[in-house]
Design a protein. Structure first.
Length: 364
């Protein structure tokens, strides 16, 4: 996994408004193919009908833009025809499409081969149903994925996205829309900066900066470490983001030694530039190192050694962009035994990162 860098963002962002008139800075307009009268703002969505020819909206893809991502939140009002192309990514080498299957439940991911999604309730017919969010990515090597509802793994840790190899290129572009049926398009985001999964670039800049570029990036850094204890005693499976810090998760589900990373707090002490276009934000990250042993002394010492590797790795490889991303403080709490039957040791490391964050790429 490669989290989006600080310079990467959604280059085109719509929230149901006219694709010709996007809102905000560095937000590219779309080019229409089709009939202008077949698309209109309808409540919170851009509704496209097949009155004359429907509408397809395009972004130009340059020769050096090889990794692409497009997200669309949509709802069927009337089902498009079978094999109606809803979304396209073409990087000049490979092409992938999301197509209708002619019904109200499923879509197809079409590249060199075709796979069909599970039921998605695209017409929002079920109780408490909401419009479906589809994320299509195309990488430089031709790998194409379709993520549904921004879920990477389901509750049983099974892969929840479709994947194919892209077909041969026909015309470089990123495109969305429909020429049959009637569809409400609630949101469309596009970037040519990378083929990003939901864990690598979120629709919200705030989530990307807080959870992905901070918490997830630290997990990735530690998993890639070549330091002895991290790679041989803890291992990749023992370094996780701390969504669940219950004793069952930290001790039983993931066997010690283990490392849990959590972004605990975010604040902005002051807005340094006019109108708040850039802010200094502080991210407090807590890292728990869990060890276990019948001789508590050994668990304590092993935990300290692992924490030392964690600190050295993060101090060496993160927070090193002067004036943009820096480690400005840390503190450690060491866990001594207080109960006779205690066998689990949890040392805690707190790191504070200060980052200068752009605030003007959020409008839709």
């Amino acid at each position: 996994m490669t989290v989006a860098s600080n310079s990467h963002f959604w280059t085109a962002r719509l929230a149901g408004n006219d694709p010709l008139s996007p809102v905000g800075e560095q937000n590219n307009a779309w080019v229409l193919t089709g009939t202008s009268g077949d698309g209109v703002v309808n409540g919170d969505a851009w509704r496209i009908t097949n009155g004359v020819s429907g509408q397809k909206w395009k972004q130009t893809v340059l020769n050096d833009e090889n990794d692409l991502t497009i997200i669309a939140g949509l709802q069927y009002i009337a089902a498009p025809s079978n094999d109606e192309v809803l979304m396209v990514l073409d990087n000049g080498s490979h092409k992938v499409e999301v197509r209708s299957d002619g019904g109200l439940q499923k879509v197809k991911l079409v590249g060199a081969t075709t796979v069909t999604s599970p039921e998605l309730d695209l017409s929002v017919a079920d109780d408490d149903s909401v419009p479906c969010l589809l994320r299509l990515t195309l990488a430089n090597d031709g790998t194409a994925r379709l993520y549904m509802r921004e879920i990477v793994e389901d509750d049983d840790a099974n892969q929840h996205y479709l994947q194919v190899v892209g077909a041969s290129s026909s015309a470089q572009k990123a495109e969305w829309g429909n020429s049959t049926g009637t569809i409400d398009w609630f949101t469309v985001y596009y970037t040519s900066h990378g083929a990003y999964s939901p864990d690598e670039l979120d629709m919200s800049d705030w989530v990307t900066d807080t959870l992905l570029r901070t918490g997830f990036n630290i997990v990735d850094t530690l998993r890639a470490s070549k330091r002895f204890l991290l790679k041989t005693h803890v291992g990749v499976g023992g370094i996780v983001y701390g969504f669940d810090l219950s004793s069952n998760s930290m001790i039983n589900r993931i066997q010690p030694p283990a490392v849990h990373v959590v972004t605990q707090r975010v604040d902005s002490p002051e807005f340094l530039t006019l109108s708040g276009t850039r802010t200094d934000q502080r991210y407090e990250v807590t890292i728990y190192v869990t060890t276990r042993g019948t001789d508590y002394r050994n668990a304590y010492r092993l935990g300290m050694s692992i924490m030392g590797e964690v600190f050295d790795e993060l101090y060496s490889l993160t927070g090193r962009q002067d004036g943009v991303d820096s480690i400005i403080a840390y503190d450690t709490r060491l866990d001594s035994k207080v109960d006779d039957d205690e066998v689990v040791c949890v040392h805690t490391l707190n790191l504070t990162y200060m980052k200068k964050v752009r605030m003007f790429l959020r409008e839709v």
